[in-house]
Each structure stands twice: as C-alpha cells, then as structure tokens.
Design a protein around this ligand. Sequence first.
Ligand code: NAP
Length: 453
Amino acid sequence: MRQFADAIDAGASGSDLGAMPIPESFRAAHVLRNEQTMFEGRASADKDPREAMHIGEVATPELAPDEVYLAVMASSINFNTVWSSIFEPLPTFGFLDRLGRESRWGARHALDYHVLGSDAAGVVLQVGSAVRNWRPGDRVVVHCNYVDDQDPAAHEDSMMASNQRIWGFESNFGGLADLSVVKANQLMPKPTHLSWEESAVNALCASTSYRMLVGEHAARMKQGDSVLVWGASGGLGGYACQLVLNGGGVPIGVVSSPDKVELLHQLGVDHVIDRSAEGYRFWADEHTQDEREWRRLGKTVRGLIGEDPDIVFEHPGRSTMGASVFVAKRGGKIVTCAATTGYMIEYDNRHLWMRLKQIVASHFANYAEAWAMNRLIGQGRIQPTLSKTYTLDETGLAAWQVHGNLHEGKLGVLCLASGPGQGITDPDKREQIGEDKITLFARHAASLEAANA
Ligand code: NAP
C-alpha cells in the first residue's frame, strides 16, 4: 500500500491509480475472535483496548459490484472502536456472522478477525462494476451507514432498513487500516481545505449529532431553542454545540473540568456547567436516584438561561437520563443515541407524561443527512474537533484514551498519510475560514499537554 501512498502524494492521476494492482494483503487494526473472552471477570473500566488491538496484515477481500477499494489516508477513534476492543456489551463477531449468512458478499465478513474503524478519509483506487458516481482518484470521506437498497423501508429513510449496519462495527474491513472496502453509497467529497486527519474525524459523530438535532427524524431544533448538551466537548457534543450555535440556538454545555469549560467558551458556548465542580450525585446509591440533585441541575440551568431547555442532547445514559427527563422543559424533547454509562435506564415517568415531554431515539444518520452535514463542514460552517493525532500503530492507545475519557473532541489516526497536515488542496479557502477556528481543539489539547509536561 505504500506505493499507493507515494503515488497519491506525487499527484498521480485517477487512471494511473486505477491501473495499479491492489495488494493481496494490507495493514489493519483488528481484534481476534479467539480473544473475545479475554476480559471476562474484569470491570469495564479495567478492560484495556491496548491488550486486544492488533496491528498487522490481513487478506484483501474481493470487491462487490457496489463497492470501491479505498486507500485510507486517515481514520478516527469512535466509541464503537472502544466497545469492539473491550468486547462490550457484546463481542462484534456475532454481527459479522449474521452478515455472513445474508449473501455471498456478506460471507466475506465472517472472519476470525475484525478490522475496526467507522470513519475514513482517503482516495478511491478501484470501483466495482455497478458504481456510477465515483472514479479512481476521487478524494473522499466515508460515512458509516452500511445499507443496501432492497428493503422498501430504506427508500424513506435508510436508517429504517432492516439490514442497516454500522460499517467497521457491524461489518468487517473498517477504516482503521491502509485499505478498506466501502459501499459507493457511503462516499462523500472530502473537504478541500482540511487535512486528511481533520477530514477523517467528522462523519460519524457530526452526522449523528446532525440527525439528533437538525434532521427531520429526531429533535428538529428550531432557531432560539435552548439545548442542554451532555459531554459537550466530546465526540458528539463538540459538533452538537456547533450545530446549536449555527442554528440560532442556545447551547448549555456540560463537561467535567475547568479546561473543558475554557475550551467551550473559546468555541462560543457561553453557558457551561462543570459537573465535577458541581459534584452532582444523581444516583444516591446503585439503586436509588436523588430527585433533589435533578432539581439542583435544573436550577443551575434556569440560573444560566432563565428557562428550562427545549432539548436535552442525551448519550451518557443510565447516569444522567433521570436528570435529563426531569430538566427538559414542559413539552420538550430528550433526544438519545447512546448509553455509555449503562443502558438499563430509569427515570420518573410522571415528569415525562404530566409535562408532555418526549424521548426521541436517534441512531447515526441516513446518506442525505450525512451529506448535508459534510456540506456544512465543506463550507467551513462546522469545524473538525480533532484534538490529537495518532499513528495506526497507536490505535490501541488512542482507543484507551477515549475509554478513559482522557481526550477532548476527536482523536485522529494516520493510516497511509505520511504525516499530519497533508491532503489540503485549497489553502486559500482554509485561510479564509481561519486556521484558528479549524485547529481550536488541537491547539487547546497541545497547550494542556505543554502545561502538564
Ligand atoms: P466521547 O468523545 O467519549 O464523549 C462522551 C462524553 O460524555 C465525554 O466527553 C464526557 O464528558 C461525557 N460523560 C462521560 N461519562 C459521563 C457521565 N457519567 N455523566 C455525564 N457525562 C458523561 O464519546 P462520543 O463519541 O461523544 O460518544 C458518546 C456515546 O455515544 C458513546 O456511547 C458512543 O458509543 C455513542 N454514539 C452513538 C452513536 C449512534 O449513532 N447511535 C454515534 C456516536 C456515538 P465530560 O466528562 O466532560 O462530562
């Protein structure tokens, strides 16, 4: 794959790239089926992605008619890479086996290794016989909605398709590798003003936040809406805050350190709550929630913005859901896409029904939503939240950082890119949008590291 990287760096044409043979194997970050029970008996926090993640050569799969081979220049760590590499809540090999039973092409995925990764930026190398809109040489980013079009439900909203999957989590051959196979309907144009790693970190988290807040299927935020964002400087939250600000809303960010408060202020979020400083204890013990603590949060939010939030952007799950349902305004929405701290949720239903609130479920995004989000990034209206960049060999370390909540924003991973900062093809546009804006999260992380050195 290095030959492809050199050819891409040297500006090879699409036809030159298309004529180069695809190697029989490639370097990939993967977990192994025969290690899926390795963490049994350990507490979740002690399960270490560095122990489970392998970096090594795997065989190149055959290309299906609706797929492309992609030279992956950069990828990113998503929380699903953490889940896969600690084998929680389930090992992902069951997903691969189910896909394997679906079709001849699905059978390629049911292997004893799982190549992880649900984000990528790269260059199309070869296209399958049914691909119409993309050609070798195209510079692209990849969204992770892995779906085909033979279910009628997919035509209204592809997230409703019965065989909808998340690429690199519920399918094999994900983005944390030098090569990937990707369906043509996962491709989107790479933002020309961003580097490979800045381009690679956005699609999964930004598109998820877009559907949760902006798209027509979830909370449908209006101008002026106030939105309480949990984990506001994290992967999802960093994009959620920007979308609220962009859409004329008022974000109230919740984070867990003064450094993160400062980062959010720099992002333009005026109202930020440091949950660590406040010392919220929504759960008095393992079985009992403390409504007084919900009230204390509600009072803080009212003190900041003078009202209860129209929308609560939920993903921590068990630790916060009771509080989220409580603090949403009468008639408000709690939009949820995850449950990092536990999926057996408890809330007081009286606060939901008596005040006519709604809990709205959301999951990733359909192609149109991901495309709309990518357009905002391409226009420079939403900035990447890349805070730090790792090499592919350091994938386990990067996933461990996310597992331990030691990061801000998104962590990028260089695959074939020869170093950080490559791949920008429109420097004028970058200058116009502003280096300061584009690199806010990275500069903040660097200054923290320097201060702690
Ligand atoms: P992330 O980068 O780790 O950010 C999550 C944030 O949650 C952290 O920054 C942390 O912020 C906050 N948090 C952690 N524990 C908390 C607690 N006990 N109470 C309140 N806040 C807490 O992860 P992410 O990429 O945003 O993903 C978050 C979750 O969403 C994960 O479970 C992921 O799997 C899921 N997800 C789902 C989809 C989907 O399509 N359904 C898509 C993307 C992600 P502070 O410590 O600063 O408060």
